[in-house]
Design a protein around this ligand. Structure first.
Ligand code: GRF
Length: 220
């Protein structure tokens, strides 16, 4: 079971999707820690409901952003976190987390990157630009905001008459599928990074012993 630490700043619907996928046994992972930069984040309440360790790390309680992140890293390590998942976490990730969890931090962003990265209003930006297709991206987190290697993207149509709210809702539904799926792939060891490109290895569909039995049965 891959131990997940989720960082979230707000309502935590993506966290909920991950918790549900873990509880249902759909992915080989479990959420062991939830942290937020906001004490009033609904995500923290969701963690409590699932008996997951949770803690708020308000920026104002620390002398610097680095000190705040170091405290988050210490909490993640205490809880045995192996993969950090950003699920609506607003602060930009800095050195302490990047160094402690290099290549082990992923994020979900509400656009098809590299379009509309680096903004908290990606859905509005997509509407304003007039694209006909948008969606979400699950990607590794690097020093460059919203520019890390892409694991999975899911497209949704932009419909006539869409508002920021209706488009955001459609993209959010896609996020709720894509984020647990990507985590499941990582947990199953199917995600291979090759520079900027990420290869998803096929699922092993045959049990080796069954194949061997078949070979033996069919051999002359
Ligand atoms: C999602 O749209 C996510 O892509 C973005 O912030 C939103 C968080 O939603 N980074 P929630 O808190 O998971 O409901």
């Amino acid at each position: 079971m891959l131990a997940l630490g989720v960082l979230a700043s707000g309502r935590g619907s993506n966290l909920q999707a991950v918790l549900d996928a873990c509880t249902a046994g759909r992915i080989g992972a479990r959420v062991v820690a939830v942290a937020s930069n906001r004490a009033d984040a609904l995500a923290l309440d969701r963690a409590v409901c699932h008996d997951v360790s949770s803690k708020a790390f308000a920026r104002g309680a620390y002398r610097s952003k680095s000190a705040q992140e170091e405290a988050i890293v210490a909490f993640m390590r205490e809880q045995g976190v192996e993969l950090v998942v950003l699920a609506g976490y607003v602060p930009i990730i800095g050195r302490p987390l990047l160094e402690a969890y290099r290549d082990r931090i992923i994020n979900v962003h509400p656009s098809l990157l590299p379009a509309f990265g680096g903004t908290l209003h990606a859905q509005a930006a997509a509407l304003t630009y007039g694209v006909k297709v948008s969606g979400c991206t699950v990607h590794y987190v690097t020093e460059d905001v919203d520019a890390g290697p892409i694991i999975l993207q899911q497209a949704v149509p932009v419909l006539e008459g869409d508002t920021e709210e209706t488009l955001a809702r459609r993209i959010l539904d896609a996020e709720h599928e894509a984020l647990p799926t990507a985590i499941g792939w990582i947990a199953a060891g199917r995600v291979v990074r090759e520079g900027r490109r990420v290869r998803i290895q096929p699922e092993c569909v045959h049990k080796p012993d069954v194949r061997i039995q078949e070979l033996v049965r069919n051999s002359p």
